[in-house]
Every structure is written in C-alpha cells, then in structure tokens.
Ligand binder design. Structure first.
Ligand code: SF4
Ligand code: SF4
Length: 119
C-alpha cells in the first residue's frame, strides 16, 4: 500500500528507516552506512514521486532494488553495504540529481576538511 514504510522483513534488516512521516511533506529516510563512515540516504517520500528510479539502474555494484512499494532499498544487508559492498561511487546521487526526483543524498567524511576550513 502506497505511503507505508516497507515491512521489517523486506527492508529494515537491510537498511534502516530513520523516519516515516505520515503527513504530506514529511521525510521518510531510508539510510545505510558506508565503509568510510558515510551515509547514503534515500527519502522515500520523494522517491515515491520519482518516475525513473535512476539510482537503481546506475548503482555500479548493483546493490539496489525496488521494494514492494517500488522504492529503492538494498538487495544486500546493511552490514554488507557498510563493509564495502557500497563502493561510494556516488552514481545514485549524481543520477538522482540529473534524472531522478532529488531524493538521493550521500554524505562522506573527508578527513582533515574541518581543520583545513578552520585554518
Ligand atoms: S533516483 Fe532519486 S528520487 Fe528517484 S528513486 Fe532514486 S533516490 Fe529516489
Ligand atoms: S554510492 Fe554507488 S555503490 Fe553505493 S548505493 Fe550509491 S550507486 Fe550504489
């Protein structure tokens, strides 16, 4: 049923739903960690409006799939993604920006950046 978060069996054991707002405009963040301590986030509230699902097509190691709602989720466990199966290629975020609806976002730590900016 559209608008509900994925079932625990299908999704939460793989990635993690951090928020699943019921009201219009609220984020539904599906997140998983990467090998360098980064975080990949797909806002399922936005993804539900996305016609291309470009992130799934463009993920280089093919670790993404559609869940039963047609939203992007891992087809591996979150632990596998964190141990390096997500190669931090950024393809999902870049193609989301150009061809998707803007629900994909990646944050990767850059060692030394804070110190550099503060200098
Ligand atoms: S391309 Fe972006 S908006 Fe579309 S499903 Fe993927 S992350 Fe969501
Ligand atoms: S960063 Fe690359 S490997 Fe990781 S989920 Fe996105 S497209 Fe796939």
């Amino acid at each position: 049923m559209a608008g509900l978060p994925p079932s625990p069996e299908s999704c939460c054991l793989r990635g993690e739903i951090r928020a699943d707002g019921g009201a219009a405009g609220e984020a539904r963040l599906y997140q998983f960690e990467t090998v360098t301590g980064g975080t990949v986030t797909y806002d399922h509230a936005v993804c539900a409006t996305c016609e291309t699902k470009a992130c799934i097509q463009e993920c280089v190691p093919k670790i993404l799939t559609c869940n039963e709602e047609g939203l992007p989720v891992l087809n591996i466990t979150a632990e596998e993604a964190r141990k390096g199966r997500c190669i931090e290629c950024l393809a999902c975020e870049v193609d989301c920006f150009f061809r998707g609806a803007g629900g994909g976002h990646i944050v990767l730590p850059i060692p030394g950046l804070d110190e550099y900016l503060a200098a």
